[in-house]
Ligand binder design. Structure first.
Ligand code: EAX
Length: 325
Protein backbone atom coordinates (compact mmCIF):
# COMPACT_ATOMS: atom_id res chain seq x y z
CA UNK A 1 0.00 0.00 0.00
CA UNK A 2 2.73 2.40 1.03
CA UNK A 3 4.68 1.47 -2.09
CA UNK A 4 1.69 2.15 -4.28
CA UNK A 5 1.22 5.56 -2.64
CA UNK A 6 4.83 6.50 -3.32
CA UNK A 7 4.47 5.39 -6.91
CA UNK A 8 1.35 7.50 -7.32
CA UNK A 9 3.10 10.57 -5.94
CA UNK A 10 6.05 9.97 -8.24
CA UNK A 11 3.73 9.63 -11.22
CA UNK A 12 1.91 12.83 -10.30
CA UNK A 13 5.22 14.68 -10.00
CA UNK A 14 6.40 13.50 -13.39
CA UNK A 15 3.11 14.49 -15.01
CA UNK A 16 3.03 17.95 -13.49
CA UNK A 17 6.66 18.68 -14.31
CA UNK A 18 5.99 17.55 -17.88
CA UNK A 19 3.09 19.95 -18.15
CA UNK A 20 5.05 22.83 -16.65
CA UNK A 21 7.97 22.33 -19.02
CA UNK A 22 6.65 23.01 -22.48
CA UNK A 23 8.57 21.27 -25.24
CA UNK A 24 11.10 23.43 -27.02
CA UNK A 25 10.20 23.95 -30.66
CA UNK A 26 12.75 24.24 -33.45
CA UNK A 27 11.56 25.75 -36.71
CA UNK A 28 13.64 24.38 -39.56
CA UNK A 29 13.50 25.69 -43.12
CA UNK A 30 14.28 24.05 -46.46
CA UNK A 31 13.39 25.42 -49.89
CA UNK A 32 12.68 22.05 -51.48
CA UNK A 33 9.70 19.70 -51.43
CA UNK A 34 9.32 16.33 -49.65
CA UNK A 35 11.46 13.62 -51.22
CA UNK A 36 14.29 16.11 -51.85
CA UNK A 37 17.79 15.75 -50.42
CA UNK A 38 17.31 18.62 -47.95
CA UNK A 39 13.99 17.19 -46.77
CA UNK A 40 15.41 13.71 -46.22
CA UNK A 41 18.08 15.17 -43.94
CA UNK A 42 15.50 17.37 -42.17
CA UNK A 43 13.08 14.53 -41.53
CA UNK A 44 15.79 12.23 -40.26
CA UNK A 45 16.97 14.96 -37.89
CA UNK A 46 13.43 15.52 -36.64
CA UNK A 47 12.94 11.80 -35.99
CA UNK A 48 16.24 11.44 -34.12
CA UNK A 49 15.87 14.52 -31.98
CA UNK A 50 12.26 13.94 -30.97
CA UNK A 51 13.05 10.38 -29.98
CA UNK A 52 16.24 11.17 -28.09
CA UNK A 53 14.90 14.15 -26.19
CA UNK A 54 11.85 12.18 -25.07
CA UNK A 55 9.62 14.74 -26.69
CA UNK A 56 11.35 17.66 -24.97
CA UNK A 57 12.49 19.05 -28.30
CA UNK A 58 10.09 19.23 -31.25
CA UNK A 59 10.99 20.10 -34.83
CA UNK A 60 8.65 21.79 -37.25
CA UNK A 61 9.82 21.58 -40.87
CA UNK A 62 8.89 24.42 -43.25
CA UNK A 63 9.42 23.24 -46.82
CA UNK A 64 8.57 23.93 -50.44
CA UNK A 65 9.64 27.57 -50.29
CA UNK A 66 6.93 28.35 -47.72
CA UNK A 67 9.49 30.63 -46.02
CA UNK A 68 10.81 32.04 -49.28
CA UNK A 69 13.94 31.19 -51.24
CA UNK A 70 17.22 29.95 -49.76
CA UNK A 71 18.64 33.44 -49.26
CA UNK A 72 15.47 34.47 -47.42
CA UNK A 73 15.56 31.32 -45.30
CA UNK A 74 19.11 32.18 -44.24
CA UNK A 75 18.11 35.72 -43.35
CA UNK A 76 15.44 34.30 -41.05
CA UNK A 77 18.01 32.07 -39.39
CA UNK A 78 20.25 35.09 -38.79
CA UNK A 79 17.35 36.84 -37.08
CA UNK A 80 16.38 33.70 -35.13
CA UNK A 81 12.79 33.85 -36.44
CA UNK A 82 13.58 30.29 -37.47
CA UNK A 83 16.23 28.33 -35.62
CA UNK A 84 17.66 25.98 -38.21
CA UNK A 85 17.99 25.43 -41.93
CA UNK A 86 19.43 23.01 -44.44
CA UNK A 87 20.55 25.12 -47.37
CA UNK A 88 22.54 24.54 -50.55
CA UNK A 89 26.13 25.81 -50.38
CA UNK A 90 25.62 28.13 -53.38
CA UNK A 91 23.48 30.86 -51.80
CA UNK A 92 25.70 30.86 -48.70
CA UNK A 93 28.43 32.65 -50.55
CA UNK A 94 26.64 36.00 -50.41
CA UNK A 95 26.76 35.68 -46.59
CA UNK A 96 30.32 34.43 -46.25
CA UNK A 97 32.71 34.04 -49.21
CA UNK A 98 34.34 31.10 -47.41
CA UNK A 99 31.38 29.00 -48.62
CA UNK A 100 32.50 29.34 -52.24
CA UNK A 101 35.62 27.30 -51.61
CA UNK A 102 33.68 24.01 -51.77
CA UNK A 103 31.82 25.23 -54.85
CA UNK A 104 35.13 25.47 -56.66
CA UNK A 105 34.80 23.48 -59.91
CA UNK A 106 36.15 19.93 -60.03
CA UNK A 107 37.49 20.20 -56.47
CA UNK A 108 36.54 16.79 -55.05
CA UNK A 109 37.32 13.64 -56.97
CA UNK A 110 34.58 11.53 -55.42
CA UNK A 111 32.20 11.15 -52.50
CA UNK A 112 34.78 9.63 -50.19
CA UNK A 113 37.07 12.62 -50.65
CA UNK A 114 34.20 15.05 -50.07
CA UNK A 115 33.35 13.33 -46.79
CA UNK A 116 36.94 13.16 -45.67
CA UNK A 117 37.54 16.87 -46.25
CA UNK A 118 34.20 18.21 -45.07
CA UNK A 119 34.06 16.09 -41.91
CA UNK A 120 37.68 17.01 -41.12
CA UNK A 121 39.54 20.17 -40.05
CA UNK A 122 39.06 21.99 -43.38
CA UNK A 123 35.29 21.57 -43.17
CA UNK A 124 35.46 22.77 -39.59
CA UNK A 125 37.11 26.00 -40.77
CA UNK A 126 34.06 26.74 -42.89
CA UNK A 127 31.66 26.02 -40.03
CA UNK A 128 33.65 28.23 -37.69
CA UNK A 129 33.85 31.09 -40.16
CA UNK A 130 30.05 31.23 -40.48
CA UNK A 131 29.81 32.52 -36.93
CA UNK A 132 30.85 35.95 -38.17
CA UNK A 133 27.60 36.04 -40.17
CA UNK A 134 25.48 34.87 -37.22
CA UNK A 135 25.21 31.19 -38.16
CA UNK A 136 26.22 28.25 -36.06
CA UNK A 137 27.46 25.78 -38.69
CA UNK A 138 26.68 22.26 -37.52
CA UNK A 139 27.74 19.98 -40.36
CA UNK A 140 27.22 19.19 -44.02
CA UNK A 141 24.62 17.09 -45.81
CA UNK A 142 24.57 16.99 -49.60
CA UNK A 143 22.90 17.75 -52.84
CA UNK A 144 25.60 15.79 -54.67
CA UNK A 145 27.66 16.32 -57.81
CA UNK A 146 25.93 18.71 -60.20
CA UNK A 147 25.20 17.89 -63.85
CA UNK A 148 24.14 20.11 -66.73
CA UNK A 149 20.80 19.72 -68.51
CA UNK A 150 19.52 21.77 -71.43
CA UNK A 151 16.98 21.86 -74.18
CA UNK A 152 19.09 22.86 -77.16
CA UNK A 153 21.58 20.13 -77.97
CA UNK A 154 23.87 17.50 -76.43
CA UNK A 155 26.81 19.03 -74.57
CA UNK A 156 30.05 17.06 -74.91
CA UNK A 157 32.68 19.75 -74.66
CA UNK A 158 32.91 23.43 -73.66
CA UNK A 159 32.30 24.46 -77.30
CA UNK A 160 28.74 23.17 -76.99
CA UNK A 161 28.06 25.52 -74.08
CA UNK A 162 28.60 28.70 -76.05
CA UNK A 163 25.61 31.01 -75.68
CA UNK A 164 23.45 28.59 -73.66
CA UNK A 165 21.22 30.38 -71.21
CA UNK A 166 21.94 28.48 -68.01
CA UNK A 167 20.16 29.21 -64.76
CA UNK A 168 22.55 29.48 -61.81
CA UNK A 169 22.06 29.81 -58.07
CA UNK A 170 22.59 33.09 -56.24
CA UNK A 171 26.33 32.46 -56.07
CA UNK A 172 29.21 34.45 -57.49
CA UNK A 173 31.34 31.37 -58.11
CA UNK A 174 28.57 29.51 -59.93
CA UNK A 175 28.01 32.52 -62.15
CA UNK A 176 31.75 32.80 -62.84
CA UNK A 177 32.02 29.12 -63.77
CA UNK A 178 29.32 29.35 -66.43
CA UNK A 179 30.57 32.65 -67.74
CA UNK A 180 34.05 31.17 -68.12
CA UNK A 181 32.63 28.14 -69.89
CA UNK A 182 31.00 30.45 -72.43
CA UNK A 183 27.38 30.22 -71.29
CA UNK A 184 25.03 33.05 -70.53
CA UNK A 185 24.44 32.44 -66.80
CA UNK A 186 21.19 33.69 -65.34
CA UNK A 187 20.93 33.83 -61.54
CA UNK A 188 17.51 32.75 -60.33
CA UNK A 189 16.29 31.34 -57.02
CA UNK A 190 14.72 27.91 -56.65
CA UNK A 191 12.26 26.57 -57.92
CA UNK A 192 12.77 26.95 -61.69
CA UNK A 193 10.41 24.47 -63.40
CA UNK A 194 8.21 27.16 -64.98
CA UNK A 195 11.18 29.11 -66.32
CA UNK A 196 12.53 25.97 -67.95
CA UNK A 197 9.14 25.02 -69.30
CA UNK A 198 8.55 28.44 -70.81
CA UNK A 199 12.04 28.58 -72.29
CA UNK A 200 13.12 31.66 -70.31
CA UNK A 201 16.28 29.61 -69.76
CA UNK A 202 17.75 26.81 -71.89
CA UNK A 203 19.20 24.80 -69.09
CA UNK A 204 20.20 24.36 -65.49
CA UNK A 205 22.56 22.25 -63.44
CA UNK A 206 21.77 20.11 -60.44
CA UNK A 207 22.36 16.61 -59.07
CA UNK A 208 20.42 13.64 -60.43
CA UNK A 209 17.82 13.57 -57.65
CA UNK A 210 16.55 16.99 -58.74
CA UNK A 211 15.85 15.82 -62.30
CA UNK A 212 13.81 12.96 -60.84
CA UNK A 213 12.00 14.62 -57.91
CA UNK A 214 11.20 17.81 -59.85
CA UNK A 215 10.42 15.89 -63.07
CA UNK A 216 12.88 17.83 -65.20
CA UNK A 217 12.78 14.94 -67.67
CA UNK A 218 9.43 16.39 -68.81
CA UNK A 219 11.01 19.67 -69.90
CA UNK A 220 14.74 19.05 -70.46
CA UNK A 221 15.94 16.85 -73.29
CA UNK A 222 19.72 16.66 -72.82
CA UNK A 223 21.83 15.88 -69.81
CA UNK A 224 25.62 15.82 -69.45
CA UNK A 225 27.23 14.05 -66.51
CA UNK A 226 29.60 16.95 -65.99
CA UNK A 227 29.92 16.60 -62.19
CA UNK A 228 31.42 20.09 -62.25
CA UNK A 229 30.69 21.02 -58.62
CA UNK A 230 30.20 18.94 -55.52
CA UNK A 231 27.16 20.65 -54.08
CA UNK A 232 26.96 20.54 -50.32
CA UNK A 233 24.27 21.70 -47.97
CA UNK A 234 25.36 23.57 -44.90
CA UNK A 235 23.24 22.55 -41.93
CA UNK A 236 23.02 25.63 -39.76
CA UNK A 237 21.41 27.05 -36.66
CA UNK A 238 20.89 30.63 -35.56
CA UNK A 239 23.98 31.57 -33.56
CA UNK A 240 21.91 33.71 -31.19
CA UNK A 241 19.58 30.80 -30.45
CA UNK A 242 22.46 28.35 -30.18
CA UNK A 243 24.15 30.43 -27.51
CA UNK A 244 20.95 30.40 -25.46
CA UNK A 245 20.95 26.59 -25.23
CA UNK A 246 22.56 24.58 -22.46
CA UNK A 247 25.42 22.24 -23.33
CA UNK A 248 23.24 19.13 -23.12
CA UNK A 249 20.78 20.46 -25.70
CA UNK A 250 23.59 21.66 -27.96
CA UNK A 251 25.18 18.22 -27.88
CA UNK A 252 22.02 16.33 -28.65
CA UNK A 253 21.22 18.67 -31.57
CA UNK A 254 24.75 18.60 -32.95
CA UNK A 255 24.90 14.80 -32.81
CA UNK A 256 21.46 14.25 -34.29
CA UNK A 257 22.15 16.65 -37.18
CA UNK A 258 25.44 14.98 -37.99
CA UNK A 259 23.88 11.52 -37.95
CA UNK A 260 21.04 12.75 -40.14
CA UNK A 261 23.59 14.23 -42.57
CA UNK A 262 25.59 11.01 -42.80
CA UNK A 263 22.38 9.03 -43.29
CA UNK A 264 21.19 11.39 -46.03
CA UNK A 265 24.48 11.39 -47.96
CA UNK A 266 24.42 7.62 -48.05
CA UNK A 267 20.78 7.50 -49.03
CA UNK A 268 21.34 10.01 -51.84
CA UNK A 269 24.31 8.16 -53.29
CA UNK A 270 22.65 4.77 -53.15
CA UNK A 271 19.89 5.97 -55.47
CA UNK A 272 21.95 7.55 -58.27
CA UNK A 273 22.32 4.50 -60.54
CA UNK A 274 18.57 3.88 -60.58
CA UNK A 275 17.91 7.59 -61.16
CA UNK A 276 20.11 7.64 -64.23
CA UNK A 277 18.21 4.67 -65.66
CA UNK A 278 14.89 6.31 -64.88
CA UNK A 279 15.88 9.58 -66.57
CA UNK A 280 16.97 7.70 -69.68
CA UNK A 281 13.77 5.67 -69.72
CA UNK A 282 11.84 8.95 -69.58
CA UNK A 283 13.58 10.00 -72.78
CA UNK A 284 16.48 12.15 -71.65
CA UNK A 285 19.54 11.88 -73.87
CA UNK A 286 22.54 11.52 -71.63
CA UNK A 287 26.17 12.31 -72.44
CA UNK A 288 27.79 10.04 -69.89
CA UNK A 289 31.43 10.73 -70.72
CA UNK A 290 31.89 14.38 -71.65
CA UNK A 291 35.36 15.82 -72.20
CA UNK A 292 35.77 16.70 -68.52
CA UNK A 293 39.39 17.58 -68.99
CA UNK A 294 38.51 20.30 -71.48
CA UNK A 295 36.04 21.77 -68.98
CA UNK A 296 38.63 21.59 -66.25
CA UNK A 297 41.25 23.40 -68.32
CA UNK A 298 38.81 26.19 -69.14
CA UNK A 299 37.99 26.95 -65.51
CA UNK A 300 41.51 26.44 -64.14
CA UNK A 301 42.11 30.19 -63.77
CA UNK A 302 39.17 30.79 -61.46
CA UNK A 303 41.27 30.41 -58.35
CA UNK A 304 43.16 33.60 -59.23
CA UNK A 305 39.99 35.64 -59.60
CA UNK A 306 38.87 38.44 -57.31
CA UNK A 307 36.26 36.07 -55.90
CA UNK A 308 38.95 34.39 -53.86
CA UNK A 309 40.99 37.45 -52.93
CA UNK A 310 39.96 37.54 -49.25
CA UNK A 311 43.06 36.14 -47.48
CA UNK A 312 41.08 33.70 -45.34
CA UNK A 313 39.16 32.40 -48.36
CA UNK A 314 42.28 32.17 -50.50
CA UNK A 315 44.16 30.30 -47.78
CA UNK A 316 41.41 27.74 -47.38
CA UNK A 317 41.06 27.29 -51.13
CA UNK A 318 44.79 26.63 -51.41
CA UNK A 319 44.63 24.09 -48.59
CA UNK A 320 41.68 22.34 -50.23
CA UNK A 321 43.38 22.29 -53.65
CA UNK A 322 46.45 20.81 -52.03
CA UNK A 323 44.47 18.20 -50.09
CA UNK A 324 42.54 17.10 -53.19
CA UNK A 325 45.44 17.02 -55.66
O1 EAX B 1 18.33 21.52 -54.23
O2 EAX B 1 18.88 26.03 -56.32
C1 EAX B 1 19.42 24.95 -56.59
O3 EAX B 1 19.81 24.67 -57.71
C2 EAX B 1 19.59 23.98 -55.49
O4 EAX B 1 20.41 22.93 -55.87
C3 EAX B 1 18.20 23.63 -55.07
O5 EAX B 1 18.18 23.86 -53.69
C4 EAX B 1 17.81 22.23 -55.26
Amino acid sequence: MKKLFILMIAAAMILSSGAAMAAMKIKLGVVTKPGSAQNIAAEKFKGLIEQRSDGEIKVQIFHSASLGNETEILQQVQLNTIQMAIVTGGPFDTFDPIARVVNYPFLFKDNAQADQILDGPLGAEILKSLESSKFKGLCFSENGFRNLTNNRHPVKSPDDIKGLKVRVMASAIHKAIWQTLGANPTPMPWPIYTELEQGVIDGQENPLWVMEVYKFYEIQKYMTLSRHVYSYHIDVASLKWWKSLDKKKQDIIQKAMYEAAVYQRKDNRSKNAARLELLKSKGMQVVENPDVNAFRVKVAGLKDMKLYQDPKVKALLNKMLEATK
